[in-house]
Design a binder for this molecule. Structure first.
Ligand code: S3P
Length: 183
């Protein structure tokens, strides 16, 4: 990882239910940085929900838009970026994350059963096409783990409240510089 003082981007990764969309805004607020959830950008670019893109255009089409959106977001500074859980399946995204400077990639880790329980407890469970395909779920989870584990920082989330996750992340980057409005 770069020197914490030069970090200008934090990228949150992890499977569905990892807490990326909860932790991201909290972290961004703390740093007075922007926050972006790439699924939201994909949806506004496509003009439809992720589930509709999967159903009407297929997963490959979704992944192509997702990779382009991530590339765009990673060009910004002072930003926390929450990736969709499957974003790291795309090789070009993995390569981008590996070579991006001034960036800290954070893996929010939890066992699959915890992740599935969290997703099912949310009201938008039916909006997650990957969750519906239970047969493939374990295979997807296992094959993604090695990629998630390439992150600079891993935080095990099951025993932690969201604020504690944020504290753990920030503790790994002493000296990270918030935006000017915080001075
Ligand atoms: C997906 C995860 C979702 C979303 C899409 C595909 C996946 O994002 O990108 O439904 O392949 O795991 P979240 O991880 O934010 O739920």
């Amino acid at each position: 990882m770069s020197d914490p003082q030069s970090i200008r981007r934090i990228v949150l990764t992890g499977f569905m239910g990892a807490g990326k969309s909860t932790i991201g805004p909290l972290l961004a607020k703390h740093l007075n940085w922007d926050f972006v959830d790439t699924d939201n950008v994909v949806e506004s670019r496509a003009g439809k929900k992720v589930a509709q893109i999967f159903a009407q255009d297929g997963e490959a089409a979704f992944r192509a838009i997702e990779a382009e959106v991530i590339r765009g977001c990673c060009g910004r500074e002072g930003i926390v970026i929450s990736l969709g859980g499957g974003a790291i399946e795309t090789e070009s995204t993995r390569e981008l994350l590996a070579r991006l400077e001034d960036t800290c990639v954070v893996f929010l880790d939890a066992p699959l059963e915890v992740l599935v329980a969290r997703c099912l407890a949310q009201t938008n469970a039916e909006e997650r096409p990957v969750l519906g395909d239970r047969e493939k779920l374990l295979r997807r989870f296992s094959s993604r783990l090695a990629h998630y584990r390439n992150a600079h920082i891993t935080v095990a989330t099951p025993e932690l409240a969201p604020d504690q996750v944020v504290d753990r992340i920030l503790a790994e980057m002493p000296g990270i510089v918030p935006s000017r409005a915080d001075f």
